[in-house]
Every structure is written in C-alpha cells, then in structure tokens.
Design a binder for this molecule. Structure first.
Ligand SMILES: [Zn+2]
Length: 386
C-alpha cells in the first residue's frame, strides 16, 4: 500500500467532459504547482465540477467566467488545458512517464496549439466558424472530400501528431513520413511539407503567393474562401485530398507520383464529378401522400431515425441533411446507449441530430422525424438554432 501515496502524488486528472472532476478538491491542472487550484476563488466553488467551466457545446473553456472567478495564475493554468473537439470521458494520467505518456513539454505544446485555434475562433466570432462549415458543405465536390475537409478543420485526420496526442504512437514518433524532418501536423503535410509545396507550385491556385499568417487548416480555408473563386476553393480541397492520399500511399509502400500528374488527376477528378452531377436527375414521385420532398429554398432538411438493438441492449441512430435539390449535404450515424422505448430512442436521436446539424453549420432547417409526439414536442418548444 506504500505505492498509493506515490501514485496519488504522480497522478492527475486528464480533463475530458469534466463531469467527474471536482474543481476545488481534485488534482487536474497538469502544468501547475501541486496540480490543484492554488488561490482562493472569488466564489464558493466547493461543489463545482470542472464541466461547469466548459462550454460543452463548443468544446472550449468558458474563459470569461474563469477569469472572473479565479486568480490570474489559476485561470491561466485552466485555460491552457487542451480540450478535445469531441465528448470524451475524464481519465487519470501518470505525470512522470519517461516516454510515450504525458509530459509538461508536450502538454504545453498542445495547449499552445489549441489556444491559437481558440484565439482565432474567438476573435473572428462563432458566425465565421459557421460560415466556413456552411461553405464547405455547399462546395460541389464529392461527399468523401467534404468529409475530408470537415475532419481537416476539426483537426482529426490521423496525422502522426494527432495519433501521438491520442497516445496511439509515442511523441518522438510524430515525424512526417514523407520528408522525415518535421512533426506531421495537418498544416505541415498539406501545406508546408516539401512534397506538398511541389504540388502547390504547379497548381492553378497560386497558394505560394497567398499571405500565409495562418496557423492551421481552418484559418487557411477561411482565408481562401474570402479570396478565391468558389471553383478554386473546390480545386484546393480536391488537391489537398490528393496530397493526403498520396501521403497514405507512400506510407504503405507506394511510389511518389509526379506533382504535375497529381495536379492533372485532381482537375480531371473534379471535372468528372461535376459532369456526372449534371447528368443526374432526381426522380420525383408526386401523386402519393407522405412522399419525401426536398426542402424549399433557402432551407435544408434534416431527417433522422433511430433503431433499438435488443440483443446488444443498445440503440443506433442516423441523420441526413439535404439541400433544396435533394442532394445530401451531410450525414452521420452512431451507436447509442440502451433505451427503454422507441420514443426515448427517437427523442435521443432528435437531440443528437439537431446537435449534429448545428455542429456542421446548418441553422435554416426543416426538421423531419417519424415519431409524432417527438416532432410535436420539437415544434412546440421555442428552440432557436441560430
Ligand atoms: Zn514533411
């Protein structure tokens, strides 16, 4: 049992949702002396949980609240803790692992990255973030490339840096497999790496000429959306996707293709897709009742449905967002918790679907679900998605 105090001294909460961590009593500040709140707060925070300090929808710290309540030093230590873009459970970490685990240095770097991102998001406002998502989903590119762009902006592509952050590989192994010189962030692999630069140098989009004060991909895409024709933004995203695929194929032993060949492939791919879209007619059944119809312009339609799996005591749900032409703009599917009735499942999926729609930036929505009671509840509440 002698190990217990040592373990206690060396362990610290790793903040996920924050709902298991007590603000006052627990150790949860990895870059802080004693890992606890040091100074007395301006309010009684005895019963507070760390989740009270997090904007759980946006996944960032409630900075205004934190700086009002806590001493400057404590507030800084809190806001430096990086938060995941997704809902993850709180966990306990060992602070003194020599390799592969957490260290003050890596925590500091991650915190800095997240802070930069937050600074930008805060200074440019939430509406700009939404504009980026909306613009992304409206691009005339295949859905897989939209999803690639979405993952890119959320910082969840499986680059080596992201894998190290999720502790799937060790921190020292996060080097770019293509140039073997720098840590492989999304921004590095798609923009800075010498191989990517070769491709951009031969592209119709003169990325080299763009003033690049941007630190990460969402800033770069925001910048390009303001500066380029929409066709060029579409080409940019397809080229970025080609660069990413090339990186993956090189990693699996494929050969490096000529940059001009890759550029040509991106242009052809986009042209083929657009031609196929033009020839695609959407069958419209009219005479029947209860026929699904696309939403009127300028609205998007959100459809969702749930399923209950008795054998595995779980539920599943999915949601699709359509535009006025009946084209899929975004879709999601996920496993859900155990539920006791189909109405509970429908209510749950309705909430998840609405959250998903807001997350990907659609606010002008026609909402359509199967369950009459749930739909009545939604339409009678004064819910405002904007
Ligand atoms: Zn590289």
């Amino acid at each position: 049992m002698a190990a217990l105090p040592i373990l206690k001294a060396g362990c610290c909460w790793h903040v996920g949702e924050g709902s298991s961590i007590k603000v006052q009593a627990d150790k949860w500040l990895p870059n802080h002396p004693t890992n606890k709140i040091l100074h007395s707060a301006n309010e009684d925070v005895e019963d507070w949980l760390v989740s009270d300090l997090i904007d759980l929808e946006m996944h960032w710290w409630r900075r205004e609240l934190i700086t009002t309540i806590f001493h400057r030093e404590d507030a800084e230590a809190i806001c430096q803790i990086p938060l995941s873009h997704r809902r993850v459970a709180d966990s306990i970490i060992w602070l003194h692992a020599r390799s592969g685990g957490y260290s003050i240095k890596t925590g500091y770097h991650v915190a800095r990255r997240v802070l930069k991102h937050e600074d930008w998001a805060e200074s440019s406002g939430r509406s700009d973030m939404q504009k980026v998502w909306q613009a992304l989903w409206r691009l005339k590119v295949p859905n897989r490339i939209k999803i690639f762009g979405w993952r890119l902006c959320h910082g969840i592509l499986p680059t080596w840096v992201n894998l190290a952050r999720r502790r799937i590989i060790r921190e020292c192994e996060n080097v770019c497999p293509t140039c073997a010189q720098f840590s492989e962030t999304e921004f590095h692999v798609l923009r800075e790496c010498l191989v990517a630069q070769d491709i951009w140098a031969r592209s119709r989009i003169k990325l080299q000429k763009c003033h690049l004060g941007q630190q990460d991909m969402i800033q770069l895409i925001h910048y390009l959306l303001n500066r380029l024709d929409i066709e060029d933004v579409e080409l940019f995203l397809v080229q970025a996707w080609v660069v990413w695929n090339k990186r993956n194929s090189v990693m699996h032993g494929g050969s490096v293709k000529e940059p001009s060949w890759l550029n040509r492939r991106a242009v052809e791919y986009l042209e083929e897709f657009k031609q196929a879209q033009e020839h695609l007619t959407i069958p419209m059944r009219q005479a029947e009742e209860n026929v699904w119809r696309p939403p009127p312009h300028p609205f998007f339609k959100l459809n969702f449905d749930a399923a209950i799996f008795m054998e595995s005591n779980s539920s599943g749900f999915g949601a699709v967002i359509w535009n006025e032409q009946g084209k899929v703009m975004a879709a999601m599917a996920a496993k859900g918790p155990p539920v006791s009735s189909s109405e509970e499942a429908e209510t749950l999926v309705c909430r998840k679907a609405l959250e998903f729609a807001v997350d990907v930036g659609f606010s002008e929505l026609v909402v359509e679900g199967d369950n009459v009671n749930v739909m009545r509840a939604v339409s009678s509440s004064s819910m405002n998605l904007s």
